[in-house]
Design a protein around this ligand. Structure first.
Ligand SMILES: CC1(C)CO[C@@H](CC(=O)O)CN1
Length: 430
């Protein structure tokens, strides 16, 4: 019946070119979760959760228009799901005016960890700063106390580097130089060589990463005396593809040579062990179900034709479960006050606070792993460390920042057979 439906808005980046079109896999994942939570007898007793979805194309302006339409067309919405950092920034900054919680399943920008600007924002997608404690942990593990930074001048990397610099200072790690570039990395890479940089943390999108890697080759900044940290969420063969299309001046073989041995860090988005999650599925069960749903949508999964956002799909699935669990808690509390979620209106601050505190304390085992939020609404996540060994990524281990626990498989391989130094060692002539 109509009056026993809990309505939420969903803003997904699907069409368009710029940014991340991750709604292509995340919307189907959210719909699977909607099915599952509505089949849970005692989760929202007497109610059905309904998701009203629209496409933002990862454009903040269109995202704002979509939000406006969701809010100014009945039925009344109880909260909003959104993806893309730019769209989440716009939606989350405005949503407080309607007393709406915003749950972002696809936003990595560190700028979103700001309770002043975004008082009602939560994310199942970890901030890009989640890599930094792992980078520090690895620098300490291999005894490197002198590092360089090479970054693309994009907002997400600028704020990530600021966080990394602070953590380096706290850990007594010297940053010998910080080089940045907008599109052409050649000068920046040459400056790294001049400063005798040996251990370098690189922060850039994947197209820029191919240009950097070729410059690394041309400047000889690779092999047994260098260690590069790249971002781990590029596609696995990123350094061998699109070379002609993007005008890369290096051959596949040269790119492979330059890439050999580099390390990567990334946030874990798929539950790694065979946990039975709150939905009753393991993450592998979820993968099978998602693949079936995507094939029905016309994606040729069997031939590796995945939609964008596949990697982040568990985050969208778990976002819907977070909402349902929060509403479940809120309904209990409200019924004691003789109130109901279905009477929520956009100026009902008290009920909004109930929803906020319910989601703030929500924690469960999801298909994306343990789901819990920090006081800034950030996703608490594990990170994974890999290394390219013989041209393929090998899992070296993973890091739990909260517990400061590094699980290490001792698989790392160094080209010179020993851990590279972080500086030129001048042998004192006797
Ligand atoms: C890991 C990545 C690709 C980082 O960008 C996110 C999108 C965004 O932050 O706009 C999606 N997930």
């Amino acid at each position: 019946r109509e009056d026993n439906v809990l309505h939420i808005g969903g803003i997904f980046p699907i069409a368009g070119e710029g940014g991340w079109q991750g709604g292509q896999a995340c919307m189907p994942a959210a719909n699977l979760a909607l099915e599952d939570v509505n089949n849970e007898k005692n989760l929202l007793p007497g109610f059905t959760l309904k998701l009203h979805s629209n496409d933002s194309e990862c454009e903040p302006g269109l995202g704002a228009a979509v939000m406006y339409n969701l809010l100014y067309n009945p039925p009344q919405k109880l909260m909003l799901l959104a993806g893309c950092s730019t769209v989440c920034t716009t939606v989350a900054e405005a949503a407080k005016m309607w007393n709406l919680v915003v749950l972002c399943y696809g936003a990595s920008s560190p700028a979103l960890s700001d309770r002043n600007r975004f008082p009602t924002l939560f994310r199942t997608h970890p901030s890009a700063t989640v890599h930094n404690p792992t980078r520090i942990k690895l620098l300490q593990k291999f005894g490197w106390s002198r590092v360089a930074i090479l970054q693309q001048t994009e907002e997400v990397f600028i704020s990530t580097v600021e966080d990394l610099e602070n953590r380096c200072k706290e850990a007594g790690i010297e940053i010998v130089t910080r080089q940045s570039f907008l599109t052409d990395p050649s000068d920046a890479v040459r400056n790294l060589r001049r400063q005798d940089a040996r251990i370098i943390v690189g922060l850039f999108y994947v197209v820029a990463a191919r240009r950097v890697l070729c410059e690394i080759y041309l400047n000889g900044l690779y092999g047994k005396s260098y260690v590069w940290f790249f971002i781990g969420w590029y596609e696995d063969n990123w350094f061998e593809v699109n070379l002609d299309k993007e005008g890369i001046g290096c051959t596949k073989e040269q790119m492979r040579q330059a890439a050999e041995g580099h390390l990567t860090t990334e946030a874990l988005m798929w539950n790694q062990n065979n946990d039975t999650t709150i939905s009753g599925m393991t993450s592998e069960d979820f993968r099978q179900r998602l693949n079936r749903a995507l094939k029905k949508d016309g994606y040729d999964i069997d031939n590796n034709r995945y939609p964008e956002g596949y990697q982040e799909a568990p985050l969208a699935y778990d976002a819907v479960w977070s909402v349902a669990l929060a509403f479940n808690k809120t309904m209990d509390r409200l019924s004691k006050q003789g109130k109901s979620l279905k009477n929520f209106t956009y100026n009902d601050k008290e009920m909004a606070d109930e929803i906020y505190s319910a989601i703030n304390s929500t924690q469960f085992i999801g298909v994306s792993g343990y789901v819990a939020f920090s006081s800034q609404g950030d996703r608490i996540a594990l990170t994974q460390i890999e290394q390219v060994i013989d041209g393929k990524y090998a899992k070296l281990g993973y890091y739990d920042t909260q517990m400061d626990n590094l699980t290490w498989h001792n698989m790392e391989r160094w080209i010179g057979g020993k851990v590279p130094q972080d500086r030129t060692i001048v042998k004192k002539l006797l």
